[in-house]
Design a protein around this ligand. Structure first.
Ligand SMILES: *Cc1c(COP(=O)(O)O)cnc(C)c1O
Length: 740
């Protein structure tokens, strides 16, 4: 039912040979394209070709992060110029204040899926404009706005130039939300309608995926800045400043309120989702203020939990084992037999897989360590020792992530002596592989990187037990997730919206020990891994951090290490550990694959959105919706309830209430009976039936409803909400009137 999805994203992580990503958001976008290709889903990507991408990291001999910005030469990357019908290089002319910025267009082929990339590094542009697409997450607010104009508006213009008419625009994070305006503007031009009607017609095809669990994570721009760009480039935006600014505000009347890209994304789409079950709930809380007086549960944000593209993250050996049990086409179908089929694997095969994988990641870590030491002019002896660092039979723990406060990448360093004892246990040793970058402006993150080097320098005897691998990227990630026995993740709940790195170890038989946050909060079961935290939020409470660190040490000392080394069978295979691997692999791998994720996007977002969109293809219908929205706003203040009457017998309550609708068409609203399930059970909602008009009153009716009596009469209250077939409430009309 949908014909083409245009997937807009600021970053795409497809391979280290196309370094136009920074982290999880980009990898998700990349995995999404690969999966669309696998499954034959009509999807294309729209992004920017960053001249420098994200920085590359090296470490000096004190462990300080050094940031390098190599130039991404398009001729050296797997991209080709997009050509127009005449075979000429396609160039877009994007109106900017006082000038035109030229955007070059490139394409990369991801199997059957095309990724279009724009950049401003054209010699015809002024030098400053050539730098607009230089650095991912690099510049200040103005540069960021320029980049987002290129992505959202430039991206939409490119599709128009190519004659591509996507029915679905999927906005991966708010960065791309300006595409909403460009799409509506095109509709205005094509159909000669007003902007509100154009937005109403097109927003049905827009989907917004939000990724941040904190309001500070939303892009916000000062209104003056945005005004300068909108007023200065009417050819790009098409509508007046006030109309646009209002879409990015919670309170359109407040002229000081910054322009919030997430608000724009909500006001310009019909379906919004978070990226894990917990993040869905967190997002409903964050977006609550846009739906005043609505219960938080009914804030219209659903969730699709992220997944990863298993064929990209599995090792050759893991692939072979999976193929033996589940066939070559296992990630291409409905996934339903995978769990049962994979469970047939023998202990021996699983343990063999792990042993080979561990060996390989150790070889990789040694190579990288030798290079790093040589580059840092380390003593010859250290370089020599690096060749034999790490041990192939030792429990190998990995953790790699962005070094930033909320991820708590130094939790293991909370008690350095205890960590030392853990690593250096003479019978049951542990080794650590660590990687991660800190954002160039995140000084706290940089200090945390340095602390690892300092710990190592204080304990030179750990040189063979611990390696910090510099320049965490997809290649490093691939080696780590394939090789480590245990993946640790320690974010502060609920700040990890989903997290995907831990999903990448599943297919390879690595186990997870993670905070009950993001995906792990819904994935964890005692049979499949270990959980940190208590399912509560504790904010940035240092005392609590400390307590969790103790919990982490205790889990490692008392559960993880013994399970790995003890209960070995005659062949040296740790049966308890392998049993956990089998459960983790068979239960969780299909569930957290991007195949499951994308199929969920198709059935719960793309298909419904396409249906909503096609139901709005007629102008009269769209105008009807706009009129309805207008009428609701106009009359809402005058609606009111009259008398409420309840009669109960043993099984049922019979409710009857008088409703005065001012001049509003009675079909424009629904009257419901609502019972808040005292926090625990889900709220109950019943539609009330409109009965006779009240005699002696204008446009007022008797509404009735009979409900089962398992809740008390007092727990029910009637309410009026906007209603119209084919419209989303409260997304498109957020009024609500409660009886009490
Ligand atoms: C998977 C991946 C991420 C995302 O991982 P998180 O779980 O969000 O930490 C970041 N960077 C790279 C290089 C990755 O491969």
């Amino acid at each position: 039912p949908f014909s083409q999805v245009a997937y807009f994203s600021m970053e795409f992580g497809l391979s280290e040979s196309l370094p136009i990503y920074s982290g999880g958001l980009g990898i998700l976008a990349g995995d999404c394209l690969k999966t669309a290709s696998d499954l034959g889903i009509p999807l294309l990507g729209i992004g920017l070709l960053w001249q420098q991408g994200y920085f590359r990291q090296s470490l000096d001999d004190c462990g300080r992060q050094i940031e390098l910005y190599p130039y991404n030469d398009p001729t050296q990357m797997p991209v080709t110029p997009v050509r127009d019908a005449e075979g000429e290089w396609l160039r877009l002319e994007l109106p900017f204040p006082g000038r035109t910025v030229i955007l070059r267009a490139w394409q990369a082929q991801v199997g059957r899926v095309t990724l279009y990339l724009l950049d401003s590094n054209d010699p015809l542009n002024a030098p400053a404009d050539r730098g607009i697409t230089a650095e991912l997450y690099g510049g200040g607010p103005e540069n960021r706005l320029q980049q987002e104009i290129c992505l959202g508006i430039g991206g939409w213009m490119l599709l128009r130039r190519l004659g591509i008419q996507p029915d679905i625009c999927h906005l991966n994070e708010g960065h791309a939300a300006l595409a909403i305006l460009a799409r509506a503007y095109s509709h205005m031009q094509d159909h000669g309608t007003s902007f509100p009607c154009a937005l109403t017609a097109t927003r049905a095809g827009n989907i917004f995926t939000t990724h941040t669990p904190v309001s500070a994570g939303f892009d916000r721009f000062p209104p003056e800045l945005l005004t300068r760009y909108i007023a200065g480039a009417p050819g790009a935006f098409g509508v007046d400043v006030e109309t646009i600014l209002a879409l990015g505000r919670e309170n359109p009347e407040d002229t000081h309120e910054p322009f919030n890209m997430a608000w724009l994304a909500i006001h310009g789409s019909l379906i919004v989702n978070g990226v894990s079950r917990l993040h869905g709930a967190v997002s409903r809380h964050l977006f609550q203020s846009l739906f005043p007086r609505w219960p938080e549960d009914e804030v219209p944000v659903i969730h699709v939990t992220n997944g990863v593209h298993m064929p990209s993250w599995d090792s050759a050996e893991a692939d072979a084992l999976w193929t033996n049990h589940c066939g070559k086409a296992r990630w291409l179908g409905d996934l339903k037999d995978i769990e049962a089929d994979f469970r047939q694997t023998s202990d021996g095969d699983l343990w063999q897989l792990r042993s080979t994988a561990r060996q390989q990641v150790i070889l990789f870590a040694r190579r990288r360590l030798q290079k790093q030491l040589a580059a840092a002019h380390a003593p010859d002896q250290d370089c020599e020792n690096a060749k034999t660092a790490l041990d192939p039979n030792t429990l190998t723990i990995g953790f790699a992530r962005r070094f930033t406060a909320y991820k708590r990448p130094n939790m293991l360093l909370n008690d350095p002596d205890r960590l030392y004892r853990l690593l250096n246990n003479p019978h049951y040793p542990v080794q650590l592989l660590i990687a991660g970058k800190a954002h160039p402006k995140d000084d706290v993150g940089k200090v945390m990187i340095q602390q690892w080097t300092q710990f190592l320098q204080q304990h030179p005897d750990l040189a063979g037990r611990m390696v910090f691998i510099a320049d965490y990227d997809m290649l490093v990630a691939e080696h780590l997730v394939q090789g480590v026995d245990l993946w640790i993740n320690t974010p502060r709940r609920p700040w990890e919206a989903s997290g995907t790195s831990g999903m990448k170890v599943l297919v390879n038989g690595g186990l997870n020990l993670s905070e009950l946050d993001g995906w792990w909060a819904e994935a964890y079961e005692p049979e499949t891994g270990w959980a940190l935290g208590d399912r509560q939020e504790h904010d940035a409470d240092l005392k609590w951090d400390q307590q969790e660190a103790q919990q982490l040490y205790r889990l490692l000392e008392e559960e993880v290490v013994p399970l790995f080394y003890q209960q070995r069978d005659a062949n040296g295979c740790p049966c308890g550990w392998v049993a956990k691997i089998r459960e983790s692999m068979s239960r969780l791998t299909p569930r957290f694959s991007s195949n499951r994720m994308l199929q969920e996007y198709v059935s719960t977002l793309y298909e419904p959105a396409a249906r909503l969109l096609s139901a709005r293809s007629e102008r009269a219908i769209v105008e009807g919706i706009c009129q309805w929205q207008h009428d609701i706003r106009q009359h809402w203040q005058s609606l009111h309830f009259g008398e409420l009457d309840v009669q109960s017998d043993t099984d049922t309550h019979h409710f009857q209430v008088h409703v005065y609708l001012d001049d509003l068409d009675a079909d424009a609203v629904a009257v419901q009976l609502f019972a808040n399930g005292d926090g625990k059970q889900n709220p109950e909602i019943y539609e009330m039936t409109r009965g006779d008009a009240l005699t002696g009153a204008i446009n007022s009716y008797n509404y009735t409803c009979t409900v089962p009596a398992h809740s008390t009469v007092e727990s029910f209250t009637p309410r009026i909400i906007p209603h119209r077939e084919g419209c989303m409430v409260p997304m498109e009309s957020n009024e609500i009137l409660w009886y009490r």
